[in-house]
Ligand binder design. Structure first.
Ligand code: UDP
Length: 311
């Protein structure tokens, strides 16, 4: 099989490239590296069957030869990144999704869109089921990401309905693990980086907002299973173990053994108050559920960041 992954130099994308190489696929990784990194691909670049194309997928891409699977994972994905690159985020979610769908259609390939729990916005239903339509502020600071992904879902369903493309949509909840960027601004790299450097942990707001963190290997397993189903509607993937951000700060402080204070900073605009996936559908459809608990996952991630900080 020949599998093309956009955003293959990113955190989740690089783990997907690795997984498909391990399964014997030829992997074509497409990335423009505005938020991805070549370093994520260091373990993969010299493996047989791996090809890297430096390209911005918001512009059309022609690839010679057959392709069996197209996975569209290119996008700035942390609130800091999409605040820094709002136009690129809107373009890769809209034009990039259009281009990758066109490629899948031309090659008669399976297609999988990386969508997000952000389509639920600041949710008024809890936990979030796939049937929930969400509560998104289109013109807020998160709108560029949320609306791009909502458009991406809409055009993916349109290509399925109008052209019969074999599409799949995964709604990814907070995911963590090795290859996250220390400076991507997300809560986990921030807290880990701060703890390991001996700096105060910055909790935004009063820390009562919740998130549910999934280890990357669990997510990748769910994505691979979904790709090979005949199911076309969105599926949540995430770990339902929910925690407040203040508890999370305390957990990371205890894990790292850092003797640092927790300081409170202003809550960013439109920051969702709660988030937890309902994974009933993934359990039923894919026989999938997360296996790595937070303690184990955080330990593995800490070891990665320790190596990074040692250079
Ligand atoms: N957050 C925090 N301190 C930080 C970074 C983030 O308290 O240094 C909070 C943020 O306000 C949000 C949660 O942690 O409530 C998760 O933020 P993240 O940027 O990881 O992603 P989100 O889940 O909001 O997309």
């Amino acid at each position: 099989m020949r599998t093309l992954i956009t955003g293959g130099g990113g955190f989740i994308g690089s783990h997907l490239c690795e997984r498909f190489l391990d399964e014997g696929h030829e992997v074509i990784c497409v990335d423009n590296f505005i938020t991805g990194s070549l370093e994520n691909l260091d373990p993969l670049r010299h493996r047989p069957g791996f090809t890297l194309i430096g390209h911005d997928i918001s512009h059309p891409l022609e690839v010679p030869g057959p392709i069996d699977n197209v996975l569209h994972f290119a996008s700035p994905a942390s609130p800091t990144d999409y605040l820094n690159y709002p136009i690129q985020t809107l373009k890769v979610g809209s034009l990039g999704t259009h281009n990758t769908l066109g490629l899948a259609k031309a090659k008669k390939a399976r297609y999988l869109l990386a969508s997000t729990s952000e389509v639920y916005g600041d949710p008024e239903q809890h936990p979030q089921r796939e049937e929930y339509w969400g509560n998104v502020n289109p013109i807020g600071v998160r709108g560029c990401y949320d609306e791009a992904k909502r458009f991406a879902e809409a055009i993916t369903m349109a290509y399925h309905r109008a052209h019969g493309v074999n599409t799949h949509i995964v709604r990814i909840f907070n995911t963590y693990g090795p290859r996250m960027r220390l400076d991507d601004g997300r809560v986990l790299p921030n807290f880990m980086g701060q703890a390991l450097r001996g700096e105060p942990l910055t909790v935004y707001g009063d820390g009562s907002q919740t998130r549910s963190f999934c280890y990357v290997s669990d997510l990748v397993e769910g994505i691979v299973r979904l790709l090979f189903t005949d199911y076309h509607e969105p599926v949540n993937l995430g770990n339902p173990a929910e925690i407040t951000i203040l508890q999370f700060a305390e957990e990371i402080r205890a894990l790292t053994g850092a003797k640092v204070p927790i300081v409170f900073k202003p809550l960013p605009a439109d920051d969702p108050k709660v988030r937890q996936p309902d994974i009933t559908k993934a359990r039923r459809l894919l026989g999938w559920e997360p296996k790595v608990d937070r303690h184990e996952g955080l330990r593995l991630t800490m070891e990665y960041f320790q190596r990074k900080l040692r250079g």
